[in-house]
Design a protein. Structure first.
Length: 252
């Protein structure tokens, strides 16, 4: 139910649907592709907020009428074991499907899209361990390891999208001032994702985990990385810093 509500919001969001009427007659296939990128961006951008806010709201409206304990989960993946489970898994599967349908300028873009989609699907389908269970089976521990590996590699590929692929220009097209601004956005977003990924991996070290514990490091890093990813894809989908019509240059 929650996942369906998010998808309905995304499809009706003016940021997603902007420019749909402007040039549908010119090339509807390209517009659909841009809209798909904006959907990926909106889902990724909203996911941390929707999971945390939805869990709190459902708990307040439930029989106990109290805040959930803990107020925030240890990670995005731990929301699989809350009332927002369907939203978490469904959103990741939707992002994976959109990534696999992503198209670029050459075969490297295509392979990267399929790889990112596969890794995201692996994160969705291989659950982490339930933090509320005192004991875990060997299979659960193995799936948790696979989940962690998929997640770390997924964020690396998403950073590669921002730092390398998104900064390309269409063949034969000059770079507009807006394109230069978009490239700066991609660079910042990719750097944020990389730093967050490094910090998440470093949590396996006891000293780093103790030092970062006060900021709920796993949830904070995952949320920041998803928000950066969402902003980059909104920008790539012409939702932010779109070229002005008088430039007569296709957005890249």
């Amino acid at each position: 139910m929650e996942a369906n509500a998010i998808f309905c919001f995304v499809l009706r969001n003016p940021v997603v649907t902007s420019t749909m009427n402007h040039a549908t007659y010119k090339n509807p296939a390209v517009l659909s592709h841009h809209a798909m990128r904006r959907m990926v961006g909106v889902i990724a951008l909203l996911l941390p907020l929707v999971l945390a806010g939805g869990t709190i709201l459902i708990s307040l409206l439930g029989p106990s009428h109290a805040l959930p304990r803990p107020l925030l989960e240890r990670s995005i993946s731990d929301y699989r074991y809350t009332a927002m489970s369907g939203c978490e898994v469904g959103s990741l599967c939707a992002i994976a499907a959109f990534l696999m349908c992503s198209r670029g300028y050459d075969w490297a873009d295509e392979i990267t899209g399929y790889l990112a989609g596969f890794l995201t699907l692996g994160v969705a389908l291989c659950p982490s361990v339930n933090p509320r269970d005192p004991l875990h089976t060997p299979l659960q521990l193995e799936l948790n390891t696979v989940h962690t590996v998929f997640a770390a590699q997924m964020f690396l590929v998403l950073a590669y999208f921002c730092l390398v692929l998104f900064r390309k220009s269409a063949p034969g097209k000059s770079r507009t001032r807006r394109k230069q601004h978009r490239n700066a956005v991609y660079a910042v977003c990719g750097t944020v994702i990389l730093v967050c990924d490094v910090l998440m991996v470093s949590l396996n070290l006891d000293r780093a985990e103790r030092w970062l514990r006060p900021i709920n490091p796993l949830l904070t890093c995952e949320s920041l990385a998803l928000i950066a990813f969402g902003i980059a894809w909104l920008t790539k989908g012409n939702g932010i810093l779109r070229d002005r019509p008088h430039n007569h240059v296709q957005a890249a």
